[in-house]
Design a protein around this ligand. Structure first.
Ligand SMILES: [Zn+2]
Length: 143
């Protein structure tokens, strides 16, 4: 894998906007989870009602997400925080499902706590990117 190649999870699969197939984007993004006309709220309303077709799609999505997390965790060996628009909908049941799938897939024993759900799901990337600058500023006024 070169620096410019997207993370490929499957040799075949749905076409990605990058022009290739089997990318993580086609398996683990919101566009992979939702149909064109669905909202996250509508989707999870049906998951909470235990609608079989929605539960099946959710489990397939979580299985792909677990594979992606496992691959990335094997490479980076660090904690993972799941954020973004999906984070508010990730409950203990989903986290347990992810842990179980990762445990089945990984060649190494895993502690159960390397995977967390963001406490700041909206705008987390921009807030996270700003933290070093805020910390540096705070250091200048406190020192
Ligand atoms: Zn792609």
């Amino acid at each position: 894998m070169t620096k410019s190649e997207p993370v490929k999870m499957q040799s075949e699969g749905l076409p990605c906007y990058c022009g290739k197939t089997g990318c993580m984007e086609t398996l683990c993004s919101l566009t992979a989870l939702l149909t064109d006309k669905e909202s996250l709220e509508y989707f999870f309303e049906n998951v909470r009602k235990r609608e079989p077709s929605f539960l099946k799609r959710w489990q397939i999505f979580l299985s792909h997400l677990a594979n992606a997390i496992n691959l990335l965790h094997l490479v980076y060996d660090t904690d993972f925080i799941l954020g973004g628009y999906l984070a508010p909908y990730l409950r203990e049941e989903a986290l347990a499902f992810l842990h179980e799938k990762i445990r089945q897939a990984t060649p190494f024993p895993e502690s159960a706590d390397f995977l967390m759900i963001s406490k700041m799901p909206e705008y987390n990337i921009s807030i996270g990117a700003a933290l070093p600058y805020i910390q540096a500023f705070l250091n200048t006024i406190t020192n």
